[in-house]
Design a protein around this ligand. Structure first.
Ligand code: C2O
Ligand code: CU
Ligand code: CU
Length: 498
């Protein structure tokens, strides 16, 4: 997008860009967030492609497609014609080969989010750009000790990421457990949000929405609006939930059912923990064990206050915060009938590595900021008198993304401690490619359990300390905000291991 000038900000504020938080007018589902549609289709799962003889080979084409969403035709972008794209199932030690074709009108590429694979060459290289009509052969070699878990893929061409993901380009990746967890059903649930106009085309996104991080008007699970699941009481299911929304956070609850957290995406917890809610920032995944109980329950996403720019603008901007909205029902689970058979015990998972017991060879701080460019460090205030030419910037350590620049250089094989500092009035979910992060301090609170994630939420005006082991691979990759509009607008830096 073109950067926002202060004048545009004020105009947007006066006009009210409320569509970010709530349903705007003239939309596809004019009764608001799809309330005219009753849902009730059975949950469909994307096609599954599994590795054979340690290899998974597939063609993946990103292109416009017509799909049915909420009972109506919609024009979106998909991988291989389906929303979401196919689910890839592999094991540690496997190789995934993807012949990727770009049928879009803009450049694109492919990223395997969360996989611990090389960032170089034709592996998980975010600097690749595939022109419209072009193709590229990717090869991702998973190490023999790759953690099991739920990962995902999506385009990562800088400047186009939010738009392409919002349009429908995403799919799940499952790395199977070495010790299977006995369940009646293993379900993949890709949660996304989507905004369509009255004719079923992708809605335009304005600059305010891009600044806040766009939130789609309807929230889908596997491309479906409020689908339904059925189970018998006393069954155990495994739900692999992926937040593929470009900016929306999901505070999930499933009342009336027994819910335990099995995984935060990568690896699994040694012993599943009972939970009443889980919060997924964009890019995050969880695996839940659902122990079914008689009755009908909704999986509900409650709104999450992730801050806004209102405070920066002296409260002048309507639409300048994203804390509103009502809870959204994502799906319903109907449990009835005679009791299912006892699934048996859950095998204990591998103990998690704890980098607090390992020496950190370097510490560094990354400051995530929003402000008027030309007045970095002073926040927006310093640029307020500037008039034309004053622009909104999203920066890390005062700089916008430059793919040619080396920002952080680390020694391969070492452990580092990074402070992720957020000086802005919005939360930023920070994501590092290739190497997962262990959260050791969240604000003032020490995190006592080994807690691993590849997207770590850093609340507004707060900081989070993580440790990273730069194991196994050398090469250059990126760290960025997973509010994909922020990433596209510059909140991304390069990280090189050598
Ligand atoms: Cu899911 Cu660099 O992104
Ligand atoms: Cu990623
Ligand atoms: Cu951000």
């Amino acid at each position: 997008m073109s950067p926002l000038t202060r004048r545009q900000l004020l105009v947007l504020g006066a006009a009210g860009a409320g569509a970010t938080a709530a349903g705007g007018a003239g939309l596809w589902l004019t009764t608001g967030n799809g309330s005219g549609y009753t849902g009730g289709e059975d949950l469909a799962e994307p096609q599954e492609l599994a590795s054979r003889d340690r290899v998974l080979e597939l063609d993946l084409t990103a292109a416009p497609a017509r799909v049915r969403v909420g009972g109506r035709e919609a024009s979106v972008h998909t991988f291989n014609g389906s929303l979401p794209g196919p689910t890839l199932r592999a094991r540690a030690g496997d190789t995934i080969r993807v012949a990727m074709r770009n049928g879009l009108q803009a450049p694109t590429n492919l990223h395997v989010h969360g996989l611990h694979v090389s960032p170089q060459g034709n592996s998980d290289n975010p600097f690749v750009s595939i022109d419209p009509g072009g193709s590229f052969d990717y090869e991702f070699a998973l190490p023999e000790d790759h953690p099991p878990g739920t990962y995902w893929y999506h385009p990562h061409r800088h400047g186009h990421v939010a738009g392409q993901v919002a349009a429908g380009l995403y799919g799940a990746i499952v790395v199977e457990d070495p010790d299977p967890v006995p369940v009646a059903r293993d379900r993949v649930m890709v949660v996304s949000d989507l905004s369509l106009d009255a004719t079923g085309n992708l809605a335009e996104v304005d600059q305010m929405q891009q600044m806040m991080g766009r939130e789609g008007q309807i929230v889908l699970v596997n491309g479906q609006l409020r689908p339904q699941l059925r189970a018998a009481p006393g069954e155990r299911e495994r739900w692999r939930i992926i937040n593929a929304c470009p900016s929306r956070y999901l505070r999930l609850t499933l009342e009336g059912q027994g819910v335990r957290l099995l995984s935060r995406g990568l690896g699994r917890l040694p012993i599943p923990e009972e939970v009443t809610e889980v919060v997924l920032a964009p890019g995050n995944r969880v695996e839940l064990l659902v122990e079914t109980r008689q009755g009908v329950s909704a999986l509900t996403a409650a709104p999450v206050d992730r801050g806004g720019v209102n405070a920066m603008m002296g409260g002048a901007m309507r639409g300048g915060s994203v804390s509103g909205g009502d809870p959204v029902d994502l799906l319903t689970l109907a449990v009835s009938g005679s009791a299912g058979s006892d699934p048996g015990p859950v095998p204990e998972g591998q103990p998690l590595r704890d980098l607090r017991n390992e020496p950190a060879t370097a510490v560094r701080t990354l400051d995530f900021a929003m402000g008027m460019s030309g007045s970095m460090g002073g926040g927006m205030g310093g640029g307020m008198g500037g008039g034309q030419g004053a622009m909104m910037a999203f920066t890390i350590n005062g700089r916008e993304f430059d793919p040619e620049r080396l920002d952080e250089t680390v020694a391969a094989g070492t452990v580092e401690e990074w402070t992720l500092a957020n000086s802005s009035p919005m939360d930023h979910p920070i994501h590092l490619h290739v190497w997962p992060m262990q959260i050791v301090q969240d604000g003032d609170r020490d995190v006592t359990e080994p807690k691993w994630q590849d997207v770590v939420n850093v609340p507004a005006r707060s900081q989070v300390k993580v440790r990273v082991a730069f194991d196994d691979f050398a090469g250059r990759t990126v760290i960025h905000c997973h509010i994909l509009d922020h990433e596209d607008q510059g909140m991304m830096a390069t990280v090189q291991a050598r």
